[in-house]
Design a protein around this ligand. Structure first.
Ligand code: 0A1
Ligand code: ZN
Length: 879
């Protein structure tokens, strides 16, 4: 049955009934689980006395229904698999409704609701998964107290977990046992969780700032317990940091994390019982890379931070998703910046935003941070809601200052604790706490698209006066043609000829606080007085606003910023901008059949930066790494030819490798790590720099041997996979490459998370031949099409990160991908819809590829029985 219903923000209204508490009893069976739900409720004061009760379900089978203990007569209710409507309920009195449903966790391949894989029962209820367990008000503004009883076979499921505190544990004498959990905090259904199975556990303790002892437990597959130590450490650091930075303390006696191997997303913040994709918990030096460690730290923190931003205060409706997600990402980013190197963390955020959010905002799936309509909410867990939402909170902090931001957030926690609120409620707290009017600023939540800021400047030497004219323009997005000017805080540095920051005697033309210019109109000229010399202008320091900047700056100024700017984010951006310019020119040359003019200034800057011992290695590695083929394609923006980009990048890479050969050899030698592995950011930075240099060295030597030796000498996964990737990508088909790929496969047999790296390294080898290899790898014993991590590592990586392989001119990549999507959609629609977004920028390809891509998307859209998730995505892509 097709259900293309659209949900609109303007249709929001409260429920007619209030739920006081719910008691759930799960009798777990692999193919038949019964769920008993006793709901104490009453009509909301003011609601119509004859309004029926309307609960939702999804694929449910009703097995019993009673009101105050008496079975309900069929004429009192209507029930389908996705709806339960009950009439003639009491007008004023409280009542208890008892609902029984039967569900099959083993058949649940969607991994939403209650599912059982690898012998473990677990749940995923956000956003609308609870309705796959029982009929309920499955919406975030219905908060209630849950008591959960779990009954299951004791031998197979020694572990029975749910939210809150354990209040009872009992053997039932028939091979089954029972556990009862009570969560004292009112919560919406999307935060409900249950886990049952047989898992290993590590335990630790944390004492909160008010002196309460909290038990911390992480559950993982047997044999993997030693790999949970880093996640535990990250959890304790997160708990401490949230107390120190935001005054937020944990509120239950126990905090549990469970790692599961089949999970659609990264992780989930269920109250007191976070459930994680195991790839974001398990780490040791032999199996996890430095990037894995950093992600684990960030996601453990993110889910923990949700306890206040999301759980204690939740969203009124799903349009407000960024209220919890944007804010929590911002908190996570700040945590990472405090734990690691702030500028390096910030550069990674900028790279991520540009690689994922900007294209979303500039393509057919663009939507505001707070959308006003959706067909399928699962498709709105996007980089716009998350990362752009975080940038919006960051801009509030920039406008109000750290103190003002903290005051506003404190008020938010005070005022709304226990509530389900809106983005307007959030903004109002900052206004009330600081007296600042944020009404214009609020447009960031409501208007989609990435603003483009154009800058021009003129300097009057006689007067010592600089005029900086900034104009802003946001390109149209689907359904939104007329864009209004936004309130944009821009950090602007004026750098003197000797490299210091200059402070003007006066600034006019708009508000300026500290180094932040408040750009509020479509065009504004800021005038800086009293400058002793002509400054070099550094725009958008620290990436203070998520905008594109077009500034036709003299090349010498750009080189100066690239070589000496004190704001490292801007410095990296200038280096990156120079590289992009060289690479786009090189691409144009390849397409025109001209030889590539490799720019020696770029090579010098990269090599000097890489060798600059004053700078931290992680930053030097970032500077040394050329923009990816995808980055170059996005920069070009239209009529993109992936093959030309590939050839151009290769030529530029090779030229840099040749001119820096001696430096790269030295770096590879000097940065050898002899004193054991530490996952700490400083060590990780040295590995990153060494591996970046190694890629150039291998290129300069035109030999797979340096990488082969590095692979053999590697004592950790970061170095091992870096060497393997150099071999697979730069020396495809060489004997060394085949040997290393075979060795890795065999060495990590039985380690699916490690083999994901092996799948991805091969799926992203540039060139036409990779498609056949991907198809072949689907037959590898380690590939499991039911496991989202495997699917993303192989098929997802091929579609999203292999521009030449996926965009083969003959369209075979698209055909293969579309076939896979169609075959997998019935099994797991969240997964297929998310993977499909890999094609969202198809319109920017050159005409031949574009039409072949469109034909495949149209073929998908033409199928009758698509999931609602996938239909939503392909329909919007084709509009
Ligand atoms: N709230 C989680 C993200 C999440 C969303 C949906 C899921 O299942 C479909 C799972 C997780 C977070 O922000 O981490
Ligand atoms: Zn989140």
């Amino acid at each position: 049955m097709r259900n293309d219903r659209i949900v609109y923000l303007k249709d929001y209204r409260q429920t007619d009934f209030i739920i006081e508490s719910v008691d759930l009893v799960f009798e777990l069976g692999e193919e038949l689980t019964t769920v008993g739900s006793q709901i104490r409720m009453k009509r909301r004061p003011g609601a119509s006395p004859d309004a029926p009760l309307e609960f939702v379900g999804d694929g449910l089978q009703l097995a019993g229904l009673a009101l105050d203990g008496k079975p309900l007569l069929p004429e009192r209710y209507e029930c389908t698999s996705d709806h339960l409507t009950i009439n003639d309920l009491p007008a004023d009195d409280a009542f208890t409704l008892t609902i029984k449903t039967n569900i099959n966790p083993t058949a649940n391949t969607q991994l939403l609701g209650l599912y059982r894989t690898n012998g473990v029962y677990s749940t995923q209820c956000e956003a609308e998964g609870f309705r796959r367990i029982t009929y309920f008000y499955d919406r975030p503004d219905v908060l209630t107290v849950y008591t959960v009883t779990i009954i299951a076979d004791k031998a197979k499921n020694p572990l029975l977990l749910s939210n809150g505190n354990l209040v009872e544990e009992r053997d039932l004498g028939d091979g089954r046992h029972l556990a009862k959990w009570h969560d004292p905090f009112r919560k919406p259904s999307y935060l409900f969780a249950l886990v049952a199975g047989d898992l290993a556990m590590i335990e630790d303790r944390f004492t909160t700032m008010s002196g309460r002892a909290v038990t911390l437990r992480i559950y993982v597959e047997h044999g993997k317990a030693e790999r949970a130590g880093y996640a535990m450490d990250a959890l304790k650091r997160s708990m401490k940091w949230d107390e120190e930075r935001f005054g937020r303390e944990y509120d239950l006696d126990i905090f549990m994390i469970v790692a599961v191997s089949d999970f659609n997303m990264g992780a989930m913040e269920n109250k007191g019982l976070n459930i994680f994709n195991d790839r974001l918990i398990l780490a040791d030096p032999e199996t996890a890379t430095d990037d894995d460690y950093a992600r684990i730290e960030a996601v453990v923190a993110h889910e923990y931070f949700h306890n206040w931003t999301g759980n204690r205060i939740t969203c009124r409706d799903w349009f407000q998703l960024s209220l919890k997600e944007g804010l929590t990402v911002f908190r996570e980013h700040e945590f990472s910046a405090d734990q690691r190197s702030r500028p390096v963390v910030r550069v990674d955020e900028v790279k991520f935003l540009r690689a994922h959010q900007f294209p979303e905002d500039g393509g057919p799936l663009a939507h505001p941070v707070r959308p006003t309509q959706y067909m399928e909410i699962d498709n709105f867990y996007t980089t716009t809601v998350y990362e752009k939402g975080s940038e919006v909170s960051r801009m509030i902090a920039t406008l109000l200052g750290e103190d003002g931001f903290r005051k506003g957030l404190d008020l938010f926690f005070d005022r709304h604790d226990g509530g389900a609120v809106t983005i307007e409620d959030y903004l109002k707290c900052f206004e009330d706490a600081t007296g600042r009017d944020l009404s214009h600023f609020a447009l960031w939540y409501h208007q989609a698209g990435t603003p483009v800021i154009a800058a021009r400047s003129s300097y009057d030497a006689a007067e010592g006066r600089l005029e900086l004219t900034l104009s802003q323009h946001t390109p149209p997005t689907p359904g939104e043609n007329d864009k209004k000017p936004l309130y944009i805080p821009l950090r602007v540095g004026l750098i003197s000829p000797n490299g210091d920051d200059m402070e003007p005697s006066a600034v006019s033309g708009g508000e300026r606080t500290g180094d932040v210019l408040h750009l509020t109109e479509s065009e504004q000229t800021f005038v800086f007085e009293g400058l002793g010399a002509k400054p070099t202008i550094s725009l958008n320091r620290d990436f203070s606003a998520p905008v594109r900047v077009r500034f036709d700056q003299p090349r010498e100024d750009r080189l100066k910023i690239a070589g000496a700017e004190s704001d490292l984010v801007e410095r990296w951006d200038a280096i990156n901008g120079l590289a992009l310019e060289v690479l786009t020119h090189a691409t144009a040359a390849v397409r025109a059949g001209r030889s590539v003019d490799t720019d020696s200034a770029l090579a010098s800057i990269l090599i000097e930066t890489a060798e600059d011992g004053e700078l931290e290695p992680a930053f030097r590695a970032l500077a040394l790494t050329l923009p990816s083929e995808l980055d170059i394609g996005r920069e070009i923006g239209e009529d993109v030819d992936p093959d030309a980009i590939h050839l151009a990048r290769k030529a530029v890479f090779s030229a840099i490798a040749n001119s820096g050969r001696a430096s790269f050899a030295r770096l590879v030698e000097e940065l050898r790590e002899d004193n054991g592995f530490s996952p700490e950011a400083g060590s990780a930075g040295r590995r990153a720099l060494r591996n970046a240099a190694l890629a150039y060295l291998a290129e300069a030597e035109k030999s797979p041997l340096p990488a082969r030796q590095a692979y053999d000498a590697a004592t950790n996964m970061t170095d091992m996979i870096a060497a393997l990737r150099i071999l697979a990508h730069q020396f495809p088909g060489s004997a060394e490459t085949s040997a290393v790929l075979a060795d890795f496969r065999q060495r990590f047999d039985g380690e699916p998370l490690v083999l994901d790296k092996w799948f991805t390294a091969q799926a992203t080898v540039p060139g036409e031949a990779t498609l056949d290899r991907v198809a072949e790898l689907m037959g590898d014993a380690a590939f499991d099409e039911g496991n989202p991590n495997r699917v993303r590592a192989l098929i997802g990586a091929f579609a999203s990160s292999n521009p030449t392989g996926f965009n083969r001119p003959d369209g075979a990549g698209y055909r293969f991908f579309a076939n896979f999507i169609l075959a997998t959609d019935p099994r797991n629609a969240t997964l297929t819809a998310r993977m499909m977004t890999a094609m969202r920028s198809f319109q920017s390809l050159e005409a031949g590829r574009r039409e072949k891509a469109r034909a495949e998307i149209e073929r998908i859209a033409g199928q009758e029985d698509l999931s609602r998730n996938l239909r939503d995505i392909v329909n919007r892509m084709l509009k």
